[in-house]
Design a protein around this ligand. Structure first.
Ligand code: AMP
Ligand code: MN
Ligand code: MN
Length: 317
């Protein structure tokens, strides 16, 4: 899988790495893990990222990400953790400046958009593909690179609890622990530290929760005005769906949040019986069986009703 990707890198000197908009731990982890390794290989490399949640600010060097490409053209763009080129955290202009593109992803694919595509839908995180790739390239994975890769593995596997976690993921973790990655610190920062405003958003999400189909489906909508009032930015307003899934008997949970641009971001989680990626694809989004999303652009009440009907239909099957 990595032979052609290695050749692309060997033939390139200036390489940018980009993840998806609203970057999560896997997007950040795989992008920086890749970029830092490329620098070790003597390449000129940077991560392109527009914004990130404060909760990731403990990661060393994360503030060195750039927003734009300064060159008129560059050799290679490595796109990580995004199955959709339209969701990449880069302007179309800068995207088109790349002579070649390498895609590294683990989502259920809609279509490949790279010149070379390293896709493994069996792996729980793009960071695990990057980890394997770095080993293939014989890069020395140091503590900082390890910290990023670990962050990606941990966040996309729900701290190694989701069934998507593979024995290979845990072997990678064992190796990262061996080189001294402070996993306990990363867990503390990402799982056990919260802004007070975010705690209030959890309360709001639960307050707005609607329950359907005998508790099998839970839905909550938080308008942008509430998020703005709490002083939270877009990235901080993520992650509420997991709370909606907690009550016993819940099979599908959906959290919809208003965005500053007037659209609404839909975040879906499933216990596994319902494939939410199928539903997200129907609405123009994507994702995985247990975690998927899309954007509600139009009438939120109408789209909500459509969603409820589709999900209700799944429970009847
Ligand atoms: P989230 O609920 O934002 O954590 O997203 C869950 C999963 O759904 C992630 O793997 C995303 O890649 C995917 N996803 C979310 N929103 C979209 C979208 N608009 N288009 C395609 N995939 C999405
Ligand atoms: Mn992601
Ligand atoms: Mn991912």
């Amino acid at each position: 899988m990595f032979e052609q990707a290695k050749k692309l890198i060997n033939d390139s000197s200036t390489i940018y790495v980009v993840g998806h908009i609203g970057p999560d731990g896997d997007s950040i982890g795989s992008a920086f893990g890749m970029c830092l390794a490329l620098r070790k290989m003597g390449k000129k490399s940077n991560v392109i990222m527009q914004n990130y949640s404060d909760s990731f600010s403990f990661l060393p060097g994360i503030n060195e990400a750039v927003k734009t490409v300064e060159e008129d053209s560059y050799d290679l763009l490595i796109c990580v953790d995004s199955s959709d080129e339209k969701r990449l955290d880069i302007s179309l202009e800068d995207f088109n400046k790349a002579k070649k593109k390498l895609m590294i992803d683990h989502h259920k694919q809609v279509r490949s958009y790279g010149d070379v595509n390293c896709i493994d839908t069996e792996l729980p995180a793009a960071s695990e593909i990057v980890y394997n790739f770095l080993n293939y390239l014989s890069v020395d994975i140091d503590k900082t690179i390890g910290m990023y890769i670990y962050t990606g593995l941990m966040t996309d596997t729900g701290s190694f609890n989701y069934s998507s976690t593979k024995s290979s993921t845990l072997r990678a973790v064992a190796n990262l622990v061996e080189i001294g990655v402070d996993f306990s610190y990363i867990c503390d920062r990402l799982n056990h530290t919260l802004k007070e405003a975010k705690l209030k958003l959890i309360a709001k999400t639960i307050e707005n929760m609607e329950v359907y189909f005998d508790g099998k489906f839970r839905y909550s909508y938080v308008p942008y005005s509430e998020i703005y009032k709490l002083g939270l930015d877009e990235e901080d307003a993520e992650g509420m769906t997991n709370y909606l899934r907690l009550p016993e008997g819940t099979e599908v949970a959906v959290y919809v949040r208003g965005k500053s641009d007037g659209t609404n971001k839909v975040s879906m989680r499933s216990g596994g019986k319902v494939d939410v990626s199928q539903i997200a694809i129907q609405f123009g989004g994507g994702g995985h069986v247990r975690a998927a999303g899309y954007t509600m652009k139009e009438d939120i009440e109408k789209e909500k009703q459509e969603l409820i009907n589709i999900i209700g239909g799944k429970f009847k099957c």
